[in-house]
Design a protein around this ligand. Structure first.
Ligand code: BJW
Ligand code: ZN
Length: 242
């Protein structure tokens, strides 16, 4: 399967993985837009905007607390582990839209969290931010400044964390191969990262059982799951590097 890109893989120094909900689907965390996706059951405009949060902070917090419980008990799958292992052979950066922390749990050392993290909180008013260690007795939790705290995630209409986004653009424009796994690529600005990679003449590879809106721009589309393909890619890289 990878023989056609053998030479490129061999000479490649920097590989960037752009990941989305599909990569964690096989860890038991639902995607957003698939058949069992969260946005089939819930209206994103009622749960994932700052307006919705101010309208009903309790509802939004309860939804995140519920998801956090599921995420904290989830384990990385072979796809996450393979990405972490590829670091032994290549300069790897993982840019994830996921908020679940599973790449870090799998051992990836350079992870850019484009949409924040479900295990962090921040104040809606002051600069306070922290990790969430225990379950809140009452939601929404309050900051010492008196205002309410919110999950440190990026909702629709909000900018991505500036420092993280800047690094993502810079790293993307320096990569040799970008592997896009488990994302529908419908959400911007994360879906512009392949464009930065293309400016460096990088090879774009998509791993997704379904076609995406950018499939026609890929150099290679692999129609399979990430936990199936990424361990095979790792084995292939191991075999050509030694
Ligand atoms: C597998 C698999 C397996 C399954 N293996 N694959 C019109 C109106 C309003 C806004 C906009 C608009 N047009 C554009 C916008 C901007 C908007 C946007 O892009 N909207 C689109 C939906 C149209 N973007 C934003 O608002 C962003 N901010 C912004 O633009 O700011 C501008 C700004 C600048 C300066 C100042 C102020 C503002 C922010 C986007 C935030 C997205 N947030 C969410 C929620 C995060 C927190 C949470 O989790 O609760 O992020 S939405 C949701 O979508 C989540 C995801 O990270 C994101 C992407 O989804 P993803 O990961 O691609 O998942 P799916 O489900 O879509 O796809 C899964 C894929 O996996 C599928 O393809 C499957 O086939 C595949 N798969 N199993 C491999 N085993
Ligand atoms: Zn505060």
């Amino acid at each position: 399967m990878f023989d056609i890109i053998k030479d490129k893989l061999k000479e490649t120094k920097k590989i960037i993985f752009v990941t989305g909900a599909g990569i964690s689907q096989e860890s038991g965390i639902p995607t957003f837009r698939g058949k069992d996706g969260l946005w089939r059951k819930y209206d994103p405009m009622q749960l994932a905007t700052i307006e919705a949060f101010y309208e009903n902070p309790k509802l939004v917090w309860e939804w995140y607390e519920d998801r956090r419980g599921n995420i904290l008990s989830a384990k990385p799958n072979p796809g996450h582990f393979a990405m972490a292992e590829i670091e032994k052979f290549k300069d790897v950066v993982v840019m994830t839209q996921n908020i679940d922390g599973l790449h870090q749990k799998a051992g990836s050392s350079k992870v850019l969290e484009l949409h924040g993290s479900i295990i962090r909180i921040k104040c809606t008013s002051c600069d306070f931010e922290d990790d969430i260690i225990t379950k809140f007795e009452e939601v929404p939790p309050k900051c010492l400044c008196g205002k309410i705290l919110r999950p440190d995630v990026v909702w629709f209409g909000e900018p991505l964390p500036q420092k993280v986004w800047r690094e993502a653009m810079i790293e993307s424009s320096k990569c040799d191969i970008m592997i896009i796994a488990g994302t529908s690529l419908v959400v911007s600005p994360a879906n512009t990262l392949p464009i930065y990679a293309k400016q460096n003449d990088a090879m774009l590879i998509e791993i997704n059982p379904e076609e995406t809106i950018m499939s026609s721009q890929m150099d290679l589309s692999i129609r399979d799951t990430s936990s199936n393909i990424l361990p095979k890619l790792l084995t292939y890289i191991q075999s050509i590097q030694n």
